[in-house]
Design a protein around this ligand. Structure first.
Ligand code: ATP
Ligand code: MG
Length: 418
């Protein structure tokens, strides 16, 4: 038991961690370019935040949350997503008083009690962005452009941006009426969850994963055909902005998104994965959430992208990730005095930004060189009493096996291996 991680969780071992670091660095860079600042919020929140902010008719709140009472008898939930927490922080710290828009990003672990499978875990990682305080369609378009640009930079291909508008509460009310009329004849065949949705939030039936419900909603009225003039105008402008940025998209009138707080623009980015879940990113506009959580009415727009699915997609597409195990130099030694010398030398090299390693096990020279190979050292050297006395050392290029003589100082060595 104690030597096995809980179901649906995964360790990221040193042999894999560089991939995460690489992607995280790319994410930090792109956010900087888009003038988006990082926000860090707690791993757990009051359960009510998600019930209100995600919506209790959603699968996330209805079935998937890790909820428990703490020792003070408060109901606590491990965050299943990042939007509600960031919105809570925006309200709590009065970020609406700052010049708008406020643009934040987060790289977080999320928790959902789901059936584990490829691309679906109980602990997983999201990269998300939220932009508060603007109703402009250019924000919606940037929110969709950012992940598309990121995927492209990472070398991914065949990703489709699918967009839709689910209108505002006014046009959705009209739509819900039409949808219910359409579904009435088949009401008895809907799954139990959808029967509940029928009264509480019929639009969500479109999103049901059950094959029977999927069949029933085929040919259902499209929300996009029913949205009001304002929402329709907004959607047209979003599309124009995407085109202006050179971002390709497809219109998918059946995207509704799982979460309750969306208004107007919704979108999903789909990869053509064969072996794993292919929805790699989702998001949209949620002008109602801040008010729903007790703040002043403030528009907002955002996305969340699954990091594990991103990595799986990169693997499936055979995208190489740079940064695997590289060491600039391995400093071998023979004996106690040269061990100390090697110790001071690796430290001096590290001060110069060189990735340097030495022996820490009292290994034989042969075993030291074997280790140098294991850690992919680009160069190596062996220091003994003679080298120290003469102040010279043979520097070995591990790639082609050639050796050159080099003065035994950190400056010279760092210069020689650049
Ligand atoms: P799905 O329909 O696949 O369950 P979702 O609509 O529940 O996705 P969101 O809440 O929109 O997902 O989360 C945004 C992204 O987070 C998803 O597109 C996906 O990449 C990732 N994600 C969601 N749930 C999981 C999970 N259990 N394990 C791994 N990644 C996940
Ligand atoms: Mg889900």
């Amino acid at each position: 038991m104690i030597t096995k991680a809980p179901k649906g969780t995964a360790d990221i071992l040193p042999s894999q961690a560089y991939k995460w670091q690489y992607i995280e660095n790319q994410i930090k860079k792109i956010c900087e370019e888009f003038c988006i600042k990082e926000i860090r919020t707690p791993v757990f929140e009051h359960t009510e935040l998600f019930e209100r902010g995600v919506g209790d008719t959603t699968d996330v709140v209805g079935k998937e949350m890790y909820t428990f009472n703490d020792k003070g008898d408060r109901s606590i939930t491990l965050r299943p997503e990042g939007t509600a927490s960031a919105a809570r922080a925006y309200i709590e710290h009065g970020l609406f008083n700052e010049p708008q828009p406020v643009k934040v990003y987060y790289l977080i672990k999320c928790y959902r009690y789901e059936k584990p499978q490829a691309g679906r875990y109980r602990e997983f990682s999201q990269f998300g962005v939220e932009v508060y305080g603007s109703r402009e369609p250019s924000v919606d378009a940037e929110i969709m452009a950012l992940p598309m640009v990121l995927y492209k930079r990472l070398g991914l291909k065949n990703l489709t941006l699918n967009i839709n508008s689910i209108g505002c509460p006014v046009c959705r009310k009209e739509y819900n009426k039409k949808l219910k009329e359409f579904l009435t004849a088949n009401y008895d065949n809907l799954c139990d969850t959808c029967k509940e949705r029928f009264d509480k939030n019929p639009m969500r039936i479109i999103d049901c994963k059950s094959p029977i419900c999927k069949d029933i909603v085929k040919g259902a009225p499209k929300l996009l055909d029913c949205i009001c003039d304002e929402c329709s105008d907004h959607f047209e402008k979003v599309k124009k902005n995407l085109t202006a940025m050179g971002i390709e998209y497809r219109i998918d009138p059946y995207i509704v998104r799982g979460l309750d707080y969306y208004t107007k623009t919704v979108f999903e980015i789909i990869a053509d994965n064969k072996n794993s879940n292919s929805t790699v990113c989702g998001g949209g506009r949620y002008d109602g959430l801040i008010e729903e959580l007790g703040g002043n009415s403030m528009p907002a727009c955002g996305f969340a992208l699954g990091m594990e699915r991103l990595l799986l997609t990169m693997e499936e597409q055979g995208v190489e990730i740079p940064g695997a195990d590289v060491t600039d130099i391995y400093i071998g030694n023979i004996g106690e005095e040269s061990n100390l010398f090697a110790q001071s030398l690796v430290m001096a090299l590290r001060e110069k930004g060189v990735i340097a390693e030495k022996d820490h096990l009292g290994k034989s020279v042969k075993a030291q060189m074997k280790y140098a190979n294991k850690i992919n050292a680009r160069y190596s050297m062996i220091i003994g009493d003679t080298e120290i006395a003469e102040g010279k050392v043979r520097l070995k290029n591990m790639t082609d096996g050639t050796e050159t003589e080099c003065t035994l100082t950190a400056d010279e060595i760092a210069g020689a291996i650049k």
